[in-house]
Design a protein. Sequence first.
Length: 188
Amino acid sequence: MSEVKEAVDRSAVPQRARVPLGSAVYNAVVEFLYDEAVLLDEIRLEEWGATLATDLVYAAPLRQTRPYAQHESSVIRTMQHFHDNYRSIMGRIMRLTGTKSAWAEDPPSRTRRLVTNVLVYEGDAAGEYVVRSNLLVTRSRFNFDDLDLISGERHDVLRRSGETFKLARREIILDQAVLGTPNLAIFL
């Protein structure tokens, strides 16, 4: 848990060298994020799994509503919606795609991921990038006429792997203190 916070700590981002908008690296990072959204929206989970680093940490801490003077401490990392690693993510993918016991996603949700406001910074190691982006997921199931909205800020660490990247860290800071969705069986 602490390695995610250290890797994507908000206070650490401004001291990093920012990758210029429109540069080859920036464009490659944005393309990776857009491609990832397509893989998840199209439920191509095995292909998405291939984009993950084997030392992956994937977490979503809780959000608590605080007064303005304490708004910086509204993210509670001691309790989380989920805290996964590569092995647990691959287990979830196998359960969703290879068994009949994934009732929370059978039939699967229809999702649309919108990734915006992408900021890219140089990471600690060569070929590593710290990425901050906003995410809005729309989700509907069955024949219901309503949909869930899940919004948040993502803090990622991407590591160069050949011509593309591997997702090494992701922390999702959800905007809602109380989620308006029945479960988080989808990947953010």
